[in-house]
Design a protein around this ligand. Structure first.
Ligand SMILES: Cc1cc2nc3c(=O)[nH]c(=O)nc-3n(C[C@H](O)[C@H](O)[C@H](O)COP(=O)(O)O)c2cc1C
Length: 303
């Protein structure tokens, strides 16, 4: 009998549905015992969000400052797992606060120690550097990263900014104004994610995860856009300045966050199109560099 732990946090239920679908084939196997753990905050984040609280989550998300979680039930802690399916979402180019808090908890150290892990993210589209931060946290827990599946909103970058904001602030996954595409990971990609479960099962049964990522890639588990990687890198650089500036100025936090929001709107609507034009113009000179980046972010190795 193999034991598999499925860890997730989800506000809208999107990542919970993905977790359910991926583990469906494992649940159907009588030789696999699947245990679910939903990460729960001691003080839950709101959903839907209001504007103030949404941006108030920025400094702690980006600086990866953990918050208090409800303890992992003793029954879950008592078992040793053969595999952990770790589902996470990205907040402000970083693992979300609940995810970061879990990975920094003493329980994670016990559960992940010397254990193969497959990471599964459900984000807008900017998960690349967040995955690098997850790799660091997994290493600190002595976990063995064996696979990665990155599910994203496949609409254009700026379209998905509009639709995700509407979704986060209304709590409803619907077509904004009746003309925009649905926000988030498409229902088709969510439904199709069952296929990853089949691939994971065969690796688990053979006790060999070495070729798992290659097999997941054949199933379109990860798509890498060098343009989005470039935006993610630039965003991380700028966010690091803002976050460390805001966190130190408690009494001015509200005011500074308001200025940050104005900056962010400008960055998304003015700076990111400029980055795109530069990306297209310089593309012929960066073919090798981009190829390397695509290979790296599709893999599970650390730089
Ligand atoms: C505060 C906040 C910040 C977010 N920042 C990002 C981001 O930087 N990059 C990204 O791809 N998605 C971002 N998202 C989208 C989430 O990764 C995720 O797709 C969405 O919140 C749905 O997840 P759920 O399963 O928890 O409902 C953000 C969401 C929230 C609530």
């Amino acid at each position: 009998m193999k034991n598999v732990l499925v860890v997730y946090y989800s506000q809208s239920g999107q990542l919970k549905e993905i977790a359910k679908n991926i583990s469906e084939p494992l649940l159907a196997d009588p030789d696999i015992n699947v245990v679910f753990h939903q990460i729960e905050m001691e003080k839950p984040f709101p959903f839907p969000w209001n504007k103030e609280l949404f941006f108030d989550a920025f400094p702690e998300s980006f600086l990866q400052i953990p918050a208090k979680l409800k303890p992992v039930p003793q029954k879950i802690m008592e078992m040793k797992y053969d595999l952990v399916l770790f589902h996470y979402q990205v907040w402000f180019l970083s693992p979300s606060i609940p995810i970061n808090s879990f990975l920094k908890s003493p329980e994670a150290k016990i559960l992940l120690n010397n254990t193969p892990v497959v990471t599964i993210s459900g984000s807008r589209n900017m998960w690349y550097l967040a995955q690098e931060k997850i790799k660091v946290l997994l290493k600190q827990n002595n976990a063995l990263l064996k696979g990665n599946i990155a599910l994203v909103d496949r609409a254009g970058n700026l379209i998905s900014v509009i639709t995700i904001v509407e979704w986060m602030f209304s709590g409803k996954k619907e077509k904004h104004l009746g003309i925009f595409p649905l926000p988030g990971v498409s229902q088709k990609d969510i439904d199709d994610s069952v296929k990853f479960g089949h691939t994971i099962i065969s690796a688990l049964n053979q006790n060999n995860f070495d070729t798992l990522q290659d097999k997941l890639l054949l199933q379109d588990a990860v798509r890498v856009s060098p343009y989005l990687v470039a935006v993610d890198k630039k965003g991380n650089f700028i966010f690091s300045k803002w976050a460390s500036f805001i966190i130190k100025r408690t009494e001015k936090r509200k005011k500074l966050l308001k200025i940050f929001v104005i900056y962010l709107v400008l960055a998304i609507w003015v700076i990111s199109p400029i980055v795109y034009i530069l990306h297209v113009l310089t593309y012929p000179f960066k073919i090798n560099k981009n190829k390397k980046a695509v290979k790296y972010y599709k893999g599970v190795e650390s730089a």
